[in-house]
Design a protein around this ligand. Structure first.
Ligand SMILES: Cc1ncc(COP(=O)(O)O)c(C=O)c1O
Length: 354
């Protein structure tokens, strides 16, 4: 790996308490190209613009996949990565679906650790802080024919973050637009999925909602995801989240929460949730909580769910499962309690030759 360290860090200019999510970048980035059928040498350099021709394929056909993962700092100053292997595997699952060459594990892991080693100061201590890491691969060949590219670029960039959303989410059940269809790309992180989801989200925001709950494409009757998060409800004392399918992204936070809830003795069901069941549970006073899970937010409370003109509100739970799960997850991520599932990895000091 070739490393050119940035001469002067601009970290002193950053107000870490007032970060806009995803808009500030750390000092370094990683870049590695796939040409003539193979991945070349990865390079780390200062965060900088990319020279690209207008005919670059990603601009035209969106052949691009990405990941979102986080690093946290312990009270002892160590940098911990959360479930890096799962993000690596999911990136390659997405790549395969989009006909993008898979990234070798060594390039991904060595690059990830090296960049975090260089930018470790960007991972701040404290429960509200983390460094959001964005690995991505895009078609960087030049050709405006709608076809698979013959060149790809893999990159890693990092963005320091504080709490993502303030307060509870007020969500609306979406029954017109669709995020994912059977046989489509909803179960992978293809860039185009997100571009296609913005319009419905924009309309909902204009009506004062913070997010939408996507429903199935056929009948708009089953809950799928909450924006770019997996969705959860609690009926009585059972937590329910939609079963994974090819229209739902297998969230790593979702998987962690399933495990943590089971560890806490909470009953978890992964199965279809219909709107009728939701309505009925609410009418009977059995719908106790709803929340979303995702890397950016960890666990976030849903304060109300609106279906047409009908707003279902959730009173604050004294023994909120969402609160306990969030606290447990945050404690594991920051190395404050035992990581019984081997989810965290300490960033190694320099793994590559300079
Ligand atoms: C569509 C979608 N669903 C769910 C998630 C949550 O996944 P994770 O917990 O791995 O961040 C994400 C974020 O990656 C997403 O984009």
């Amino acid at each position: 790996m070739k490393i050119t360290q940035k001469g002067h860090s601009n970290i002193q200019e950053i107000d870490f308490n007032n970060l806009k999510f995803g808009a500030t970048f750390s000092d370094h980035m990683l870049i590695c190209k796939h040409k003539d059928g193979k991945w070349g040498e990865a390079e780390i350099m200062s965060y900088q613009p990319l020279p690209m021709m207008p005919g670059t394929q990603v601009f035209h056909y969106g052949q691009s996949v990405f990941e979102g993962m986080k690093a946290f700092k312990t009270d002892q100053g160590k940098v911990l990565l959360f479930r890096e292997e799962d993000n690596f595997n999911r990136l390659n699952k997405s790549a395969k679906r989009l006909c993008i060459p898979e990234i070798p594990k060594e390039i991904f892991m060595d690059g990830l650790h090296e960049i975090l080693n260089l930018d470790s100061e960007w991972v701040k201590q404290g429960d509200n802080f983390s460094l959001y890491i964005r690995p991505f691969i895009f078609a960087s060949g030049q050709c405006i024919k709608a076809t698979i590219s013959d060149e790809y670029t893999f990159m890693i960039i990092c963005s320091p973050t504080t709490t993502y959303y303030e307060g509870d989410m007020q969500v609306k059940i979406e029954q017109k637009y669709t995020r994912a269809v059977k046989g489509g790309t909803g179960a992978v992180k293809a860039a185009g999925n997100y571009a296609a989801s913005f319009y419905a989200t924009k309309l909902a925001r204009e009506k004062g909602f913070s997010q939408i709950i996507w429903t199935d494409a056929e009948n708009h009757e089953y809950l799928e995801e909450a924006g770019t998060m997996n969705v959860w409800i609690r009926i009585d004392d059972t937590l329910i989240t939609p079963k994974l399918s090819d229209t739902i992204l297998g969230g790593i936070t979702r998987d962690s929460v399933v495990q943590l809830a089971k560890d806490m003795g909470i009953e978890v069901e992964e199965r279809a949730i219909s709107i009728s069941e939701l309505k009925e549970a609410h009418q009977n006073g059995r719908l106790k909580e709803a929340f979303g899970t995702g890397t950016a937010v960890s666990v976030i409370f849903i304060g109300s769910i609106t279906l047409d003109e009908n707003k279902m509100q959730f009173p604050k739970q004294v023994d909120s499962y969402a609160r306990k799960l969030k606290a447990n997850l945050t404690a594991i991520q920051h190395g404050k309690i035992a990581d019984n599932h081997g989810w965290t990895t300490e960033v190694e000091s320099s793994v590559a030759s300079h």
